[in-house]
Design a protein around this ligand. Structure first.
Ligand code: FMN
Length: 193
């Protein structure tokens, strides 16, 4: 049976996306992969919690894919964290997602040089990751090395196509490593119970 990959895609304007759309297109025919476009499913933020949790239960790899908005994830993905990663299910008495791998795939407007003390964003990009990585950790999940596409608007078509190929390779490698019991982990989950 192929590994099951669930991509939680949070782009507020999927049809206007360039970078996110290219990344998604590159992985769309990966075997066992399901894309759940949150803004298409839940334009009014009325998340079907049972359906989302059910989708996660069957996943070997969970991907959170979004553009970077105001130094974090778009509002509906944050809302999804709040509703779907619920007390008594994802954390607290139970950690139903324990041991599952999460890959954060993010596109930014700022180029790599803007994420430095001298740059426009004032801090290395990694500084902004803990709200996402720690969310996974708190739910006892394994947080993979994130996939980051910087400077989305500056990339030529060729550069974007190259990044999209890299994204597909990253997902395929992650699945292989998970299957071999050798996940590309940055930080393991720490929650007990
Ligand atoms: C509301 C909003 C907030 C944004 N905040 C950031 C930010 O904090 N840092 C950054 O590098 N880019 C930021 N951007 C740029 C987006 O990350 C960029 O447009 C997106 O990744 C491009 O991907 P797309 O072609 O799929 O839309 C922001 C864009 C919008 C519209």
């Amino acid at each position: 049976m192929p590994a099951r990959i669930v991509v939680i895609y949070a782009h507020p304007y999927p049809s206007r996306s360039r970078a996110g759309k290219a990344l998604l297109h590159a992985i769309s025919d990966v075997e066992g992969l399901e894309v759940r476009s949150l803004y298409s499913r839940y334009p009014d933020f009325g998340i079907d919690i049972d359906a989302e949790q059910e989708a996660l239960l069957g996943a070997d790899l969970i991907v959170w894919q979004s553009p970077f908005y105001w130094y974090g994830v778009p509002a509906l993905l944050h809302h999804w964290f709040e509703k779907v990663l619920a007390l008594g299910w994802a954390y607290g008495d139970r950690h139903i997602l324990r041991g599952k791998h999460v890959l954060f795939a993010v596109t930014t407007g700022g180029p790599p040089s803007s994420y430095s003390p001298e740059g426009m964003h004032g801090h290395p990009f990694e500084t902004f990751l803990p709200p996402v990585s720690q969310t996974a950790k708190f739910c006892a999940m394994e947080f993979c090395e994130p996939f980051i596409l910087h400077g989305a608007h500056r990339l030529s078509e060729e550069e974007l196509a190259e990044k999209a190929r890299e994204y597909r390779a990253t997902i395929e490698r992650a699945v292989r490593n998970i299957r071999n019991g050798n996940g590309i982990v940055v930080q393991s989950g720490v929650a007990n119970g």
